[in-house]
Design a binder for this molecule. Structure first.
Ligand SMILES: NC(=O)c1ccc[n+]([C@@H]2O[C@H](COP(=O)([O-])OP(=O)(O)OC[C@H]3O[C@@H](n4cnc5c(N)ncnc54)[C@H](OP(=O)(O)O)[C@@H]3O)[C@@H](O)[C@H]2O)c1
Length: 425
């Protein structure tokens, strides 16, 4: 901790003057946050970033050394990505500055190391905005629910997927058309891989698992499945079942202590809170041994809501700088092994070139692996040579279902590989 703190309050340097950085600067210079002073803004090619609404007392720089050698108390990292943000945050801590960040990749991959360094130095690293943007879910888990033992968390944590899937649901659009629309509306990057294939949600899930379940896991061990294979017809079948489809991130501690985690497109009830999430809205639901289920929802992204989470962390760090206790951020050093094999009821969609005996083969494969069928659905009006039908299955382990589908998937009547989605009710 630097001991040269100004009488005016905690001095703050911003790294990154993009969407969130600008919104944070707006709040910090508004006069609404007493005891906190924005002193530096760092960005590459900073001259083009200068804004006339920023007070003239703020130093603009494109040299990280200017920040590290200055007497700022709190470095706010809003650059994104693991590198070079990791290096800068590490050096900021080494030079006695606490850190606030919105960077889920940095915290999910290097969080435990950075938190250990902060702890050794008597400093803080806070990262509320890294999960679910403007919803103060980490604070709620660490503080408001610290009296419970949390054993399960489920969330819709990625706005790009929620936008695409809700467009497909409402307009009957294909994945490709909904993705294009999301890109035009600014909800999806030119390269949407990290969002639609699950890495973004997996990073956030790893953070929630560490903070809420107290089970740090390696992001690389969290299995993800893409939303790309979802077709418009899946929404028709889901609706028949009173459901819709969303990307769901889920982690749980089983009774035997094993840690499960996965990111999947899944069926969720149409009229549930999960089924109604769209666009940049996020939802996180946690289950505790003593308190049962608690759900948080709100804006998961956007400059304003995310900046509020960042500034709230700054205020919190400032409080502990002046001696008021903050909230501990437990993040054990050793990650737990992840078991991806959730047991859940499932929806399995086939698209086949119809011929006699297909259903018999499918049911035989299910029965071989101990899987019970709950129902079979086949909507009329589809061509025989591209016929979709759905089986719904009673609770089964994903690994058993994968084996059954690998066996049945060899047959030549499949027009597309079968699609299996867990059903969360
Ligand atoms: N936007 C949201 O809704 C949201 C929500 C939750 C969390 N977050 C997280 O918040 C962080 C910032 O997001 P953002 O949306 O504000 O991103 P952004 O608009 O792209 O802003 C990033 C800023 O950092 C600068 N920058 C990037 N790489 C740099 C480098 N190597 N050296 C110096 N400056 C560099 C960029 O400069 P250029 O102008 O030159 O590119 C830009 O001004 C990310 O970790 C993101 O995941 C964002």
């Amino acid at each position: 901790m630097t001991d040269t703190r100004s009488q005016a309050g905690a001095r703050v340097a911003l790294l990154g003057f993009g969407t969130v950085g600008q919104s944070v600067a707006r709040i910090l210079t508004s006069g609404d946050i007493p005891g906190v002073e924005l002193t530096h803004i760092f960005n590459r090619q900073v001259a083009r970033k200068r804004a006339d609404w920023v007070p003239s007392t703020v130093t603009w720089t494109e040299s990280i050394e200017d920040i590290l050698s200055s007497p700022v108390d709190i470095v706010v990292e809003l650059v994104g990505g693991v590198n070079p943000a990791h290096e800068w945050v590490r050096r900021a801590l080494e030079s006695g500055k606490s850190v606030v960040t919105a960077n889920k990749q940095l915290i999910a991959h290097r969080g435990s190391e950075l938190l250990a360094l902060a702890q050794a130095k008597g400093l803080e690293v806070r990262f509320e905005a890294s999960v679910a943007g403007g919803i103060p879910v980490l604070r709620a888990l660490q503080d408001g629910l610290s009296g419970d033992r949390l054993v399960e968390v489920r969330g819709i944590l990625n706005g790009t997927c929620a936008y695409i899937l809700s467009r497909m649901q409402k307009q009957g659009a294909s994945f490709a058309d909904a993705l294009r629309e999301a890109q035009q509306a600014g909800y999806a990057e030119a390269d949407p891989t990290e969002d639609v294939d699950g890495a973004d949600a997996a990073a956030k899930l790893a953070i929630i698992s560490a903070v809420g379940l107290r089970r740090p896991v390696k992001v690389s061990e969290i299995p993800t499945r893409s939303i790309r294979p979802i077709e418009a017809v899946d929404f028709e079948y889901a609706k028949e079942l009173g459901c819709t489809i969303r990307q769901v991130a889920r982690a749980a501690i089983e009774d035997d202590g094993r840690v499960f985690a996965a990111v999947r497109p899944a069926l969720v009830q149409l009229n549930s809170k999960f089924g109604q999430i769209e666009g940049s809205q996020n939802i996180v639901s946690v289950r505790g041994v003593y308190g049962g289920e608690t759900t948080f929802s709100g804006s998961g992204a956007g400059g304003g809501p995310t900046a509020v989470a960042v500034v709230s962390d700054v205020v919190s760090v400032r409080r502990s700088l002046v001696g008021a206790p903050g909230i501990a951020t437990p993040m054990a050093q050793q990650p737990y092994a992840v078991n991806p094999d959730f047991v859940a009821p499932h929806y399995v969609r086939f698209i086949v070139n119809d011929k006699p005996g297909i259903l018999a083969q499918v049911t035989a494969a299910y029965s071989k692996f101990g899987i019970n069928i709950d129902g079979v659905l086949q909507l009329p009006r589809f061509r025989k040579d591209r016929l979709p039908f759905v089986t719904t299955l009673e609770e089964c382990a994903e690994s058993m279902l994968d084996k059954a589908l690998a066996e049945v998937g060899q047959s030549d009547y499949h027009v597309q590989p079968p699609l299996a989605l867990p059903i969360f009710v």
